[in-house]
Write a protein that binds this ligand. Structure first.
Ligand SMILES: [Zn+2]
Length: 250
């Protein structure tokens, strides 16, 4: 361990200890501890669960593009209006708008200590732009985490998904069943299997994912991409990712 990495590790532990006592975002007090995580993984790999875990574990916000779009639209910003009108016409929101939203979002104070992006970059062009943005802001290179799960395992998991139509909570008959069969734990509503959790639809989504994500991971390069076996139980996946992050910080 170098003096530099020791100092970083000390700051990280202080950060967590103080934060646990005061429940305040202290990221700005230790600006040298900046953790930028990019989380890639196929649909159904438990990426959302891991994003929440990583956000809590490393005290950074987990930012998904879907939430970013909704927030911009609700706030009625210029970007939000442009995105809404494109989507209303059935078009795809271009890289320029997505990149601008990310740039705006990561400039917010809660991102001072770092952040996790889930669902971005979605194209090689976005990855290039994002890299330029980080450089321009003097931020470190992102840590790229790839949750690797065989397609057949994902199909088995996804066809076992059920959703609450009221609160939108997702269950899985294999890994996260409701307490009472067929009923939402929170509001008792009858759970449903969504149209897009049918096998043919899932296979199509997986093909699209591989076509989209393969080139991005290639662009970052094998030495920058940390593949984690996403087929393990969620707590083991979480531990494996935490080890990758901690190793990278040293
Ligand atoms: Zn519910």
């Amino acid at each position: 361990m170098t003096a530099e990495s020791k100092r970083k590790a000390t700051n990280r532990s202080q950060f967590i200890a103080i934060d646990a006592v005061h429940r305040q975002p202290l990221a700005c007090k230790f600006p040298e501890v900046i953790l930028i995580l990019l989380l890639f993984g196929p649909p159904g790999c438990g990426k959302g669960t891991q994003a929440v875990f990583l956000a809590e574990r490393f005290h950074i916000p987990a930012i998904s593009t879907g939430e970013m779009f909704r927030a911009e639209r609700q706030a009625g910003t210029e970007l939000g209006k442009r995105a809404s009108s494109i989507m209303a016409q059935g078009g795809l929101v271009g890289d320029d708008i997505v990149n601008a939203m990310v740039a705006s979002r990561i400039s917010r104070p809660d991102c001072a200590g770092g952040f996790l992006l889930d669902g971005y970059p979605r194209t090689v062009q976005q990855a290039i732009e994002f890299s330029a943005l980080l450089q321009q802001k003097g931020l470190p290179n992102p840590l790229v985490i790839h949750l690797d799960v065989p397609d057949d395992l994902l199909v088995a998991r996804l066809t076992a998904r059920r959703q609450c139509p009221q609160c939108k909570r997702i269950y899985n008959l294999l890994s996260q069943p409701p307490k009472v069969a067929g009923q939402c734990d929170d509001d008792g509503a009858a759970l449903i299997a969504r149209e897009d959790d049918q096998e043919a639809v899932i296979r199509q989504r997986l093909r699209a994912y591989h076509e989209l994500t393969g080139p991005i991971l290639q662009w970052y390069g094998a030495s920058a991409v940390h593949s984690v076996d996403g087929g393990m139980p969620p707590d083991q996946v979480a531990r494996a990712i935490a080890l990758v992050v901690e190793a990278a910080e040293r």
